[in-house]
Design a protein around this ligand. Structure first.
Ligand code: NAI
Length: 725
């Protein structure tokens, strides 16, 4: 007999009821209205037929166990509809609580991913068995979307693991564990190799625990490790603010704060009250702007970008089997590793065999580290290394179906290396350059097949950075664009697509961030305050330290080239106030950045940063010169956002999702904003508010903050930046 179609009721003769989650209208089970209705009916029936039931197994007929809340609904919650969200959430919690306290053993047979609401459903069961399926993930990643687990996840993990472990292992980081690591960290009780094994273990638990209950519903229960009133907990308490600070850097991320509050406050009251507290903190986050920004970026935009919203249609997908990497320096070595890790054969070429071998050694080091940390096996590491062939001979590139060039940043050198190999590799090989600034159209002039030439801009360190910026030159064909896109996905990275322009999107926009920070030093603002403003805005790297990493000479070289290009085209170069600071740092004080041993910071013999160079205060800082701290933060954020709008106007950027994702994953634009254009959408007062503030900054700090026409028009028309058509 079928109780409902979303949760299927299957009862065997022994009295075991299996609740099979199987939404007939979707590929995954989500917390939609049909589920809510089913859950209500199933709960009533379980209570009504309690005496005929021996135990309950919750499992799913889909690939994932349960996908949790529907983010399309959550992103629309406003302060006006927050009460509905609260009521709806409490209703589900009450159903789960009724099942949990039925007095019958309830087992979650987690057959696939159980993240967020999916894991919370499993937490309401007395025993959790996870199928050790490849790609299966378990945990509460809500914090990464600016939310908290509002389906009892905070209340139950605190009671199951103790506050410290619940916060550090599950709630504050949002770690997604594979089943084995979920077992090691106490998120599940058992793992199983097959579905049959999982169900057999579930039955065995039911047989052995006929009157099962949650630990917290048993007499004498105490939260493991104590609550804030207990000495053991008190000993851990001082670590929390530090942890929170480390995680948010002082930037406006409300979720970690609400999670901690819900956990600590909830630990001091009974279960039911704790659930209400959790719901209040959840609804506050859901109705706020940060969660909307983060859901937009890390869910919708990321999905759009990775699923190929920008990939030309109608070009058949193609996989690369053998790639030539030209230049085995820092970038080439990292690119070789990333390709080999994805199973692609790599020929790594440099000017000498020695240099190429050195580039391969980088992969050796990364592999050894991964093996030592248990992230991969020795066999897999050996196989990865065996795929990389170092060489100095062009002839070894025969048969390569893609080329990624990463030699020095020099147009004529790049032309030369492509000429050497263009007839050696496969006749239709995709030709890519990893240049970080040189226009692709001009680089393509060095090859015969310009239609197959494209920019593939990786970020350093390549093995860690998830983004690749694909740059379409004027003559790049759709086929090449589609193949480049497929290659980036093949190596499990996220591709954004932009049109050719000096510095493309990422290098150009990050330059505005750095220039703004440096300009503030030049105005006489205390350098330490500038660094603090960057951190509090949410940037992962402080602005002057980042400038030192990139070196002061490189942006200067790029700036001089840009100025020449502008002047040659008959235009006038508008100097940025940062330029004189950089010039003085390099020419007068001989401080070219970290690699030169001295920059805005002082460095020890081991290359480690020691402190801000005291000379900055002597030569630049004007005692007592201060501007509002909010201005300092927003000058950096606005500088990047405004130039991004100009890039849209110029047609370099063609998609809002690409801008948002590229800015967060590529150049460290703060995640709480949802990316550089979502920052404008979500700004206090919306686009009109942003325009007004930009005008204010323009008046105070210079015309570079004048809002571009596109932004003003959109603000006037009541529009936002969106790809939706
Ligand atoms: P690097 O100086 O570490 O490596 C360049 C390598 O190219 C050296 O090993 C050199 O021996 C080799 N090389 C020079 N001439 C060659 C030739 N004729 N044939 C084969 N190999 C040759 O430089 P890095 O940092 O790896 O940069 C390489 C490219 O990547 C540049 O175009 C750079 O703009 C770009 N890039 C750099 C990023 C970074 O963060 N360093 C980020 C993104 C792109």
């Amino acid at each position: 007999m079928t109780e409902s179609t979303t949760i299927r009721w299957e009862q065997d003769r022994s009295g075991v009821v299996t609740l099979v989650l199987d939404d007939p209208n979707q590929s995954a089970n989500t917390m939609n209205q049909a589920f809510r209705d089913s859950l209500a009916k199933v709960t009533d029936r379980l209570e009504a037929e309690r005496d005929t039931i021996r135990g309950i197994i919750v499992t799913s007929a889909k690939k994932t166990f349960f996908a949790g809340g529907d983010l399309r609904d959550l992103i629309r919650v406003t302060p006006d509809t927050a009460q509905d969200l609260f009521d709806g959430g409490m209703a589900i919690k009450r159903h789960l609580r009724r099942i949990e306290t039925l007095g019958k053993p309830v087992v979650a047979a987690i057959n696939g991913a159980a993240l967020g609401g999916g894991y919370e459903l499993a937490l309401a069961c007395h025993h959790r068995i996870a199928l050790d399926a490849p790609g299966s993930k378990i945990g509460c990643p809500e914090v990464t979307l600016g939310l908290l687990p509002g389906g009892g996840g905070v209340v139950r993990t605190v009671r199951m693991l103790g506050i410290t472990d619940a916060l550090l292992k599950v709630l504050l980081q949002g770690t997604q564990y594979n089943p084995r690591r979920a077992l090691d960290n106490g998120l599940v009780d058992e793992i199983a190799g097959t579905r049959e094994d999982m169900l057999a273990k579930a039955r065995a638990y039911i047989d052995a625990h006929p009157e099962s209950a949650q630990p917290w519903d048993r007499p004498g229960y105490r939260i493991p490790g104590g609550t804030p009133a207990h000495p053991k907990f008190a000993a851990n308490l001082p670590a929390f603010p530090a942890n929170l600070r480390k995680q948010t850097n002082g930037a406006p991320y409300p979720a970690p704060r609400n999670i901690m509050a819900a956990a600590v406050e909830g630990s001091q009251v009974d279960f039911e009250t704790a659930e209400v507290i959790e719901a209040r903190y959840f609804v506050e986050l859901a109705a706020g702007q940060t969660s909307k920004n983060m859901i937009q970026a890390f869910f919708f935009d990321l999905q759009a970008v990775n699923s190929g919203a920008n990939r030309p249609r109608g070009v058949a997908p193609r996989k690369v089997t053998k790639v030539a990497v030209l230049g085995a320096g820092m970038m080439g070595a990292g690119i070789a590793y990333s390709c080999a890790r994805a199973g692609i054969d790599v020929v790594l070429k440099d000017v000498s065999l020695e240099a190429a071998v050195k580039g391969k050694d980088y992969s050796g080091k990364l592999c050894a580290k991964a093996v030592a940390k248990g992230r991969t096996s020795q066999e897999k590491a050996d196989a990865l290394l065996a795929r990389i062939t170092p060489t100095a001979e062009a002839a070894d590139l025969a048969g390569c179906d893609a080329v990624i060039e990463a030699v020095f940043e020099d147009t004529s050198l790049k032309h030369k290396v492509f000429q050497e190999i263009q007839h050696v590799v496969a006749p239709d090989a995709l030709l890519c350059s990893n240049t970080s600034t040189l226009p692709i159209t001009a680089l393509a002039e060095g090859v015969e097949r310009q239609g197959d030439f494209i920019g593939l801009h990786f970020f350093s360190p390549v093995d860690k950075m998830p983004l690749v910026e694909i740059i379409k030159g004027e003559r790049t064909g759709d086929e090449a664009l589609a193949r480049a896109f497929d290659l980036v996905r093949q190596i499990n990275k996220t591709p954004i697509v932009v049109n050719d322009s000096r510095g493309f999107f990422t290098s150009r926009v990050i330059g505005h961030f750095i220039n703004e920070g440096v300009a503030m030093v030049g105005e006489g603002i205390e350098p330490a305050s500038v660094e603090q403003a960057a951190a509090q805005a949410g940037y992962p790297a402080k602005v002057l330290s980042l400038m030192d990493e990139l070196t002061l000479t490189l942006p200067r070289k790029i700036r001089n080239e840009s100025r020449r290009a502008v002047e040659e085209a008959g235009g006038t170069w508008t100097a940025h106030p940062a330029e004189t600071v950089v010039d003085r740092m390099v020419d007068e004080f001989e401080r070219p950045g970290r690699s030169g041993g001295a920059g805005f910071y002082e460095y020890g013999d081991d290359g480690k940063r020691v402190r801000l160079w005291p000379g900055l205060r002597e030569h630049f800082t004007k005692a007592g010169h201060e501007i509002p701290f909010a201005d300092m933060r927003e000058r950096m954020l606005f500088a990047e956002a405004l130039d991004t709008v100009r890039l849209l106007e110029e047609g370099v950027l063609t998609s809002v999702a690409d801008a948002n994702i590229g800015s967060i994953l590529g150049i460290g634009f703060p995640g709480w904003t949802g990316g550089v254009l979502q920052y404008i959408n979500g700004y206090d007062g919306g686009l009109p508010g942003f325009v007004a503030r930009a005008r204010e900054l323009a008046e105070r700090y210079g015309e570079r903050f004048t809002p571009p026409a596109l932004l003003v028009t959109k603000a006037e028309n009541g529009e936002v930046f969106t790809d939706a058509r």
